[in-house]
Design a protein around this ligand. Sequence first.
Ligand SMILES: [Zn+2]
Ligand SMILES: [Zn+2]
Length: 288
Amino acid sequence: MLRDDGAQFMLKDLPVKALAFKNISVEGYSRAAVQTYWRIPELKIGFDLGAQPWSFMGTPTWFVSHTHIDHLAALPAYVARRRMMRMEPPLIYLPEAAIDPVQRILRLVSRLDRGRLPCTLLPLRPGDEVELSRELVVTVSATRHTVPSLGFVVWERRRKLKPEYLELSGEQIRDLRLGGAEVTRETRIPRVAYLGDSAPEGLDACPAMYQAEVLILEVTFVAPSHRKERIHKFGHMHLDDLLERRDRLRNELIIASHFSTRYHSRQIRTLVERAVPDMLGGRLHLWL
Ligand SMILES: [Zn+2]
Ligand SMILES: [Zn+2]
């Protein structure tokens, strides 16, 4: 919606929680079987399209972890809004197996709506690397769920002087450069990891998830009475799975989300605080 002066105001539609961390912010909401959507506005990317708050429309690139309805349902609405607002067609990355069916769905929705749905759908496989810009790269890993599913790590790339040249003067480095020598090397910092829906193997399969500054992960079940074997079979995590991996988690911020609707928010907080009184040294944040 636009005001007369063209400035956008906040429209109250879907819940959005936000948390600032260093020079980025994490925005979104996630509840199992309801809706999941996240974005990092500063990095111009989002994860999952289970719903699309009006304020998320300006984010042009999305990574869809898997095609369960609560992670995908808003795709046509998002594409249509961007067209209506005369924004560039978005770029949407999906698990490879989803490309063809999603393309067909968009064609049918387009026919019902009698409106074009311009977007680029791109397939992803575990092991892929997506270059977003000179500074940003996204790597793709396998997760384990009940449909084809992927996890993502966003890396910041920097070029650093190779250690053997650290003692040289600026002039010497310039000469080496002019002589064709590669004086810098690339370093990568894992900034944000997004697990999507997955049994704990998805986390273990991607060591960078344990190293990322921010880890956004699903902890669908938190009650001690909920059986882990069943939870894993359906491709989900229990709070105990996270706690078993406590020593490996190097993250500065761990966002636990995607809680089951069987729990009330208060109940989740109570159960987690009872199981992890120190909240992993204050790093564990419940997205409620
Ligand atoms: Zn889900
Ligand atoms: Zn799912």
